[in-house]
Design a binder for this molecule. Sequence first.
Ligand code: PBG
Length: 322
Amino acid sequence: MSFPTTRLRRLRRTTTLRGLARETRLDLDTFVQPLFVCPGEGVRQPLDGLPGMMQLSVDETVREAEELRSLGVRAILLFGVPEAKDDAGTGAWATDGIVQRALRALTASDPGIGLLTDVCLCEYTAHGHCGVLEDGEVANDATLALLARTAVSHVEAGADVVCPSDMMDGRVAAIRAALDDAGRERAPIVSYAAKYASAFYGPFRDAAGSKPSSGDRRSHQLDPANIREALRECEQDLEEGADAIIVKPALAYLDVIRAVRERFDAPVWAYNVSGEYAMVKAAAATGWLDERQAALESLTAIRRAGADVVISYWTKDLATWL
Ligand code: PBG
């Protein structure tokens, strides 16, 4: 049936009709807000490349979590900005590490919000790499034990979910085994399985102080040109025991989200990363586009591509927009 019998504009004429015809909806239950925890007290340090985001001290993280919860946000993802760094990234798994302290304070205040943590060494190593170095290269197997230790320390401090973002081979299996050995078999692993070596992490690395002092992350993160390899990463992580998998970044990789969604039945998450957020913020600041509209369109596109859950710096705004 074609025009004039069929007129696709009929269902677009009013807000009500458009609402009835809408195929993809945004629901706060499926969004995660990242937070950056830093040392000190009463600290709310604005971040240059991430307008609206702040480094928060532990007490302020607790306050922020309470506010997010009151707005209806269901989960936060914690990143740590430690007071000191060393070559082994000791601060990542220290019992009194910055994320561990935040987790204990959050658990004690019972904010009623899901506590997720990023598991990687890059914020804690003096050289800024995601693992320990051997002969100037990120050493895979030597890093695994440290990641596993980090994940266990997060769960013991109160994390509900750990999210390994390092891209070492075999890290999901290593973390699963360590959690199970520690009697934490109920703690899920949501792995950044398809994580690309992306320019869009720029503002985050400033925010978290995790820029590598030399070189880059191309020896472990995926080449932006590859999608079959991303599917192999997902397959491996799921075989090793990942409970859900993350595609990251999101907007330049919507085809990857779609392919992962079609290939696997496991939950697929997407990380709407710092550069994707910063670009819209910058354009909105000059008046070139409307932030709310551009953000809602971006988030809808990520969900439409097939992501079940979206990690986004807009989550708090979304709570007020919806
Ligand atoms: C690594 C990590 C990164 C991000 C999340 N976890 C940065 C990187 O791999 O260099 C980026 C997130 C963002 O850009 O919003 N721990």
